[in-house]
Design a protein around this ligand. Structure first.
Ligand SMILES: C[S@@+](CC[C@H](N)C(=O)[O-])C[C@H]1O[C@@H](n2cnc3c(N)ncnc32)[C@H](O)[C@@H]1O
Length: 270
């Protein structure tokens, strides 16, 4: 649920498509958005509100409301604000100088990391999706690179499978010995796939740095069962933190901090 006063943040998040699923991968069994919004004490749930309810938000007319609903129906539900805000605050507190995201898609979470990272941060992202018809000049690519603020640098490895050795080598070359301060894993949702991302990219993460995994909820949607399984196995041997709002299947964010202090982070890795 969101407060009306948080409209700007929520719409920003919505506008940059902080979604959990690409349209073609919408999990079977996902609950359809309810006809009526769940409103409590002046809050509106962006995942369930209908057009009429959304129009009650200041600054939202019919056109924007319809676009929000259309987007939600096409791509799946938006992030749960409580979970994503929690992670956003952790990242902001860490002020990472090197961020790596696996699973860029439309760039919803990537946008958030750009706002939470240091002004001179290098932000890298990997996705199997192609960059677009006009290559690095395709609109989405330009928009995502436009996320950079200050002297931040954005590097997108589109059309790259995080599991391929070539991609790993590209990341190693781009980092050029610098360590990753924050790694976000939101790509392949199979248990083996997440394990592989962990094993491949965790060696790049600095001591004192941290990584986050999306969709760890033990009340999983069909397509998040793999991540839930990964998390069960992972938490046996790792000390973790998590934020899971279990009001509907899926979602949930887990965090693992790499032991050590950040002062060690400037040393070469991998
Ligand atoms: C749930 S979406 C990511 C959403 C994104 N973080 C956001 O907030 O908009 C998952 C993305 O991971 C990508 N993906 C799946 N398997 C991958 C892999 N092995 N390597 C790189 N990207 C992958 C998909 O193409 C998809 O765009």
């Amino acid at each position: 649920m969101i407060r009306r006063s948080a409209l700007v943040i929520v719409l920003l998040i919505a506008a940059v498509s902080v979604v959990s699923w690409p349209a073609e991968a919408a999990p079977p069994g996902r609950p359809e958005p309810a006809d009526a919004a769940e409103t409590t004490g002046g809050t509106i749930n962006i995942n369930t509100a209908d057009v009429k309810e959304l129009m009650r938000l200041e600054g939202v007319g019919r056109r924007v409301a319809e676009k929000i609903v259309e987007y939600r129906e096409h791509h799946g539900l938006f992030q749960k604000p409580e979970e994503i805000r929690w992670l956003f605050e952790l990242v902001r507190a860490a002020r990472p100088r090197v961020v790596l995201e696996i699973g860029l898609d439309c760039g919803g979470t990537f946008f958030l990391w750009s706002r939470a990272a240091a002004p001179d941060a290098h932000l890298l992202a990997i996705d199997t999706k192609p960059v677009g018809r006009f290559g690095i000049w395709s609109p989405l690519s330009l928009v995502r690179r436009g996320f950079a603020v200050g002297s931040q640098r954005v590097t997108l490895l589109m059309d790259n499978d995080s599991h391929s050795e070539t991609t790993r080598q590209r990341i190693a070359a781009l980092l050029d010995g610098r360590a990753v301060d924050f790694l976000f894993v939101h790509g392949d949702h199979s248990c083996e796939g997440v394990w592989q991302d962990f094993k491949t990219y965790s060696p790049f993460v600095a001591p004192g740095g941290f990584m986050a995994f999306h969709d760890i909820s033990q009340n999983p949607a069909e397509r998040t069962k793999g991540v839930a399984q990964f998390w069960r196995e992972f938490t046996v041997e790792h000390e973790t933190e998590e934020r899971v709002v279990n009001d509907e299947p899926g979602f949930g964010i887990g965090v693992y901090r790499v032991p050590g202090s950040r002062s060690q982070a400037s040393s070469s890795l991998v």
